[in-house]
Write a protein that binds this ligand. Structure first.
Ligand SMILES: [Zn+2]
Length: 371
């Protein structure tokens, strides 16, 4: 699979980035593929060529926003012993501390702060799961509640989520009232970073549990969660949909790295059905009560047991959302041109790892910053 690591480059590439943007705009206008035609902009041809390939071929792009400097594999030297990457065309040396078992560096994209290093790593063979964990997301206060029906064990993960959201909602409200828009944006980014870190911790823990229990992971189908009454209220006060998607993406790629299967189930009534007898019970705040068999449980634990016990929905095991999204989109779409939505948080500044949604099959980012 493909992983992307972000390395802070500590260089001022503003001149090169400006030239790159000019070339991209030129490419959108003329659809030229010859680097001779853009020689006068003064960017190294190995980089200019990449920009032309991205922007000249894609007829859908009308408006060029941010353009990265893209360096292809043949323009990258790797010294695995020194753990250093060298880009001759930019005279840039990048020390790295990420995993050294990658097969090759596919490409590097450079923006004003980071070098996004995309590497191929070998896939681990898929494990044959002995059981399935059920994951109930963004329930009453937690990021996720996980249950293993085989052992009866329940994990409540990411308890801080509710507190974080309350805190930031209050700050946002005040700033909005005071019309401090710049500060508001900053605070929003900060909140994204905090949530992302929490999602990383929770997804890491879920995959850890799955590995230990030799289990696969079952999640509720997300598309349906949006229309699911159970979650509407939580969306209003709590985690919003990008956070759900982010947690899902993190679980998917972390699981894939360990060969752990992830699959999806229909979310209908997971919080209403009794996980013991299947009847519709009564859910009140954090508790679930079945009038048929007398089963009493924490509401989210009951929901996660239901998720674990359900059959995979259509599409079956193995097809991940990340794969599906790629099928839908154009693989030629440059990052930052059309795929960046308001739901995607800004690039990381403090996080240990980060995720970016983009063009490559599964782009996963981890920041290569010594702490
Ligand atoms: Zn029951």
């Amino acid at each position: 699979m493909i992983l992307t690591f972000n390395i802070k480059h500590n260089r001022d590439f503003s001149i090169e980035l400006k030239k790159a943007k000019q070339i991209a705009e030129f490419a959108v206008k003329t659809h030229t593929l010859s680097s001779k035609n853009v020689k006068h902009f003064g960017l190294k041809s190995i980089i200019a060529n990449q920009i032309l390939r991205k922007y000249s071929r894609n007829k859908k792009i009308k408006d060029v926003k941010s353009v990265e400097l893209t360096i292809p594999n043949q323009g990258i030297h790797v010294d695995k012993e020194k753990q250093e990457i060298y880009i001759p065309s930019l005279k840039l040396t990048l020390p790295y501390i990420f995993r050294n078992d990658f097969e090759k560096v596919n490409q590097i994209e450079i923006d004003d702060r980071y070098a996004h290093v995309s590497v191929s790593v070998p896939d681990k063979p898929a494990i044959e799961p002995q059981t399935w964990l059920g994951v109930d997301r963004n329930t009453t206060g937690h990021v996720a509640v996980v249950a293993n029906p085989q052992t009866g064990k329940v994990w409540k993960l990411g308890k801080k989520a509710e507190h974080i959201h309350r805190k930031y909602r209050e700050i946002r409200r005040k700033l909005q009232k005071a019309k401090k828009h710049r500060l508001l944006k900053k605070i929003k980014n900060r909140e994204s970073t905090v949530i992302r870190d929490l999602n990383h911790k929770v997804s890491r823990k879920i995959v850890e549990i799955a590995k230990k229990d030799s289990a696969g992971i079952k999640l509720e189908k997300l598309d349906d969660i949006r229309n699911n009454k159970k979650h509407t209220k939580q969306f209003n006060y709590g985690l919003n949909s990008w956070s759900f998607h982010q947690l899902q993406n993190f679980i998917e790629y972390k699981a894939k790295l360990e060969g752990i299967p992830v699959t999806y189930v229909e979310p209908k009534n997971t919080s209403k059905e009794c996980s013991r007898c299947g009847s519709i019970g009564i859910r009140e705040a954090k508790s679930f009560k079945c009038l048929n068999c007398g089963h009493v449980d924490h509401a989210d634990a009951n929901a996660s047991f239901n998720t674990a016990l359900r059959p995979p929905s259509v599409g079956g095991i193995g097809q991940l959302h990340a794969d599906r999204d790629v099928c839908k989109g154009s693989t030629d779409t440059p990052r930052g041109a059309t795929l960046r939505t308001t739901e995607t948080p800004e690039p990381p500044s403090f996080s240990e790892e980060s995720m970016s949604v983009g063009i490559t099959k599964e782009i996963v980012a981890e920041v290569n910053e010594p702490v």
